[in-house]
Design a protein around this ligand. Sequence first.
Ligand code: PXP
Length: 253
Amino acid sequence: MPATRPAEPLRPYQRLYVNIDHVATLRQARRGDEPDPVAAALVCEQAGADGITAHLREDRRHVQDDDVARITVTIGTVFNFEMACTAEMLDIAERLRPHQVTLVPERREEITTEGGLDLTRHPAETRAALERLAAAGIRTSLFIDPEPDAVRRSLDLGAAAVELHTGRYAHSSGAPDTLAALARAAEIGAASGLAIHAGHGLTVHNVAPVAGIAAVEELNIGHSIVSRAVFVGLREAVLEIRAAMVAGRAGGS
Ligand code: PXP
């Protein structure tokens, strides 16, 4: 009799949300109307994206108010609205009622979101924001570093999900300790009932090990897809990252 392989842990379907911020970055380089991030969102959906992510920054450096308004009413999948926890953004979220809001830290001088939220600061405001969003029927997620303390604080504050910042992993060329930190934070979060998302700096070359973490149910990927689209087109770029995710999920940790 051939030896039976031990049962693999169940890896549920993993969603791909495409972040279209940098389609808007390209448009804003000329302050014109092309390329249109909403048209890009539709191409991503046709290529199989499960959702669209966009970050309306306080300085409006890429995505504009009109973009998020149009995304909300145009796309056929779901909208993950990334925003800072400010009065202005909370008002916009309540008005638009996207499927999901991911709260992110924001500093004007940063090139991109450099770290996760520091949940030791302003916990009352964060809790109140999460309550307000949930009361508006919006699913809530907090963008955090992959640290057990941040995961526990997210749960305590009332988030439905956490998005684990994969920047350290991506920028260290996938150093094993950074992958282990993601897997551990994902495990702790999932065991306590949080939905686990991940993102930042993921590419076709480094996504597989993160896609292979069983508890990670959603990946948010933007810059590498838009970059690759310059050479192969947006549809192909989405198909490529999806294929890398599927391969990682099949053979993951
Ligand atoms: N998730 C969050 C919370 C982010 O802020 C970003 C960057 O805007 C991403 C995911 C996507 O990162 P990248 O563009 O490097 O794929």
